[in-house]
Design a protein around this ligand. Sequence first.
Ligand SMILES: Nc1ncnc2c1ncn2[C@@H]1O[C@H](COP(=O)(O)OP(=O)(O)OP(=O)(O)O)[C@@H](O)[C@H]1O
Length: 112
Amino acid sequence: MKKITAIVRPERMEALKEALFAAHVSGMTVSQVQGCGSQHGWTEYYRGTEVLLNMVPKVKFEVVVDDARVDELAGVICDAARTGEVGDGKIFVFPVDEVIRIRTGERGDAAV
Ligand SMILES: Nc1ncnc2c1ncn2[C@@H]1O[C@H](COP(=O)(O)OP(=O)(O)OP(=O)(O)O)[C@@H](O)[C@H]1O
């Protein structure tokens, strides 16, 4: 099993949620986060003072899936989240050692 973490623009959240439902993922976790990519921020003037803004609101999706679905779902995420502009986000893929459904005690694939 793998965990796919996708950090995307907040305005793409609804489209990505619908795309993941349409792809029949078994669940997802969504969080509001802040971050920066390679731009590392920019400066703006606030009440006459120059301030460095370097943390941008983003939305983090986490989905645990079978290994075999990683490429397919990465494509689904890119299609739903891409605008083509700087700041579209990133996808990270992690190994998952175990999943346990608390209600039943099921483990592994049966619990995903
Ligand atoms: N190396 C990283 N480690 C952890 N989080 C990251 C990393 N790179 C990007 N992120 C997260 O992804 C978000 C979006 O990244 P962003 O799209 O700006 O990346 P980028 O590399 O600058 O790509 P682009 O050139 O398309 O903007 C960031 O705000 C941050 O939350």
